[in-house]
Design a protein around this ligand. Sequence first.
Ligand SMILES: [Zn+2]
Length: 501
Amino acid sequence: MILVEHLNLTFDLWGDIGWVSNVKFVPLDLYRNIILILNMRRGGTKGDYIGGTRFRVYPQPPFSDPAAPPETIEISTPAGRMRAGPADERMYFVRPVGKAYPYGINRDPRGRPFFFLPPWTGPAAPPVEPGPDGHFDHLEPGTPEFEGAHLFAVTRFVMDVWERYLGHPIRWHFGADFEQLQLSVLPKWDNGQVGYGYLEVGSIERSDGALVPLALNFDVIAHELGHGLIYSEVGLPALDAESGEYFGFHEVAADWVAMIAALHFSSVTGALLSTTSGNLYTYNALNRFSEFSLNEEIRLASNTLKMSDFAEGWRDEHKLSQPLSGALFDIFVDIFHEALVEVGAIRRTLEDLADATENRPELAPAMQAEFDAAFLADPGAFVFALEEARDLTGDLLVDAWRRLSPDDLTYADFADAMIDADLALTGGAAQRVMLDNFRWREIGLVEAGPRIGPPGRHAHAFSARTAVPQDEADMWPMSYRQRHLQAMMQRGRCCARMQGS
Ligand SMILES: [Zn+2]
């Protein structure tokens, strides 16, 4: 009853806060209110409220720290509305039996290309059942059931996070043909991909030969959903308007979708802050993230590449994405440190010292000592500032995406959109740091050259994931688009994304 009485208050008061799905992170009553609000926004009523559904997930892959137990999260779908699968109104998990190849464009025995799309009509493992209370937190790690539920829960969690920034449910780009996203695993496939109606992941082989399921890898799943989010929010370019920078932008967006989602776990923010004392500059400047297995996206984002590094051309869109990802990381760090100053956790002079350290590395130990002391004095303020930076970055990205056209997209277009988004959301509070960082990366000053050589085996660009069923009618005889896709497939394996690539 308290929830219902507080509803009108909380709707306005909390509708705008950084809500999180990690139950350890916020007071439970507040958390439930937020879930209630989300459910009602989706057309439910007060009477429908029975809480979200609990799952256990690994915010970091279990193989990076085998001793770390999974964490309990609650996704926004009420337990009473979850079905075996797991499945809800937006997505469902299926474990196909005997599925020989991934979705997308494949070839028939005569070598002719054909589309392979959900639904899966072959045999499948039995759906994963909820526990008697409607939750899925009873499943044991190490079982296929846990794996399937993990894939579902992470995808749904990342959706919950980003639907708050979007302010509306994600509209699937394949909504004309499928109501739900199909989640599936293909264990012998060493990739992950999202496409028209599907998100599927395989496994990677460890050096000792063991297969590690990507269904347990938060970063990979969140990254793939990030691509799906961009298809919905920015759209697919016309075939003759596909720019290299569009694909680099896609990778950056997918990485940031994953990174911001991961920063909703207190274990992830806690590890980041306790390892750095909030001094993210040093990590960037010294590139020490490579020693730090916290989050793949953070490691990729922390780099010093500029557009002139790609002026002659590029081979892989993951590499090409790094100047833009790095610019965004630096902007994020600046916003975070600005928030630290605003809440009184660090002195303005420390932020100035951080700026000076970029050119004078000998100042780094003194700066680190000041950060260590400040973090020790008030760790809560650092958590608050990190969440503020996370949420402002999420809001800015969403606002910027809405301003973009996918056709012939350049990093400069995205930088302009971010500056406009900042003007609209904050009145230009981050304009200086954006201009400085985009300029330092030479975004808007130097354009990427042409693609050099065929796509690598981990390339996303020109992948079957951007194909849509309307193309199927043109499959034989092949349309220009089809021939183009086929040529790309012949030149290199498409649709791949591997951890660390
Ligand atoms: Zn990707």
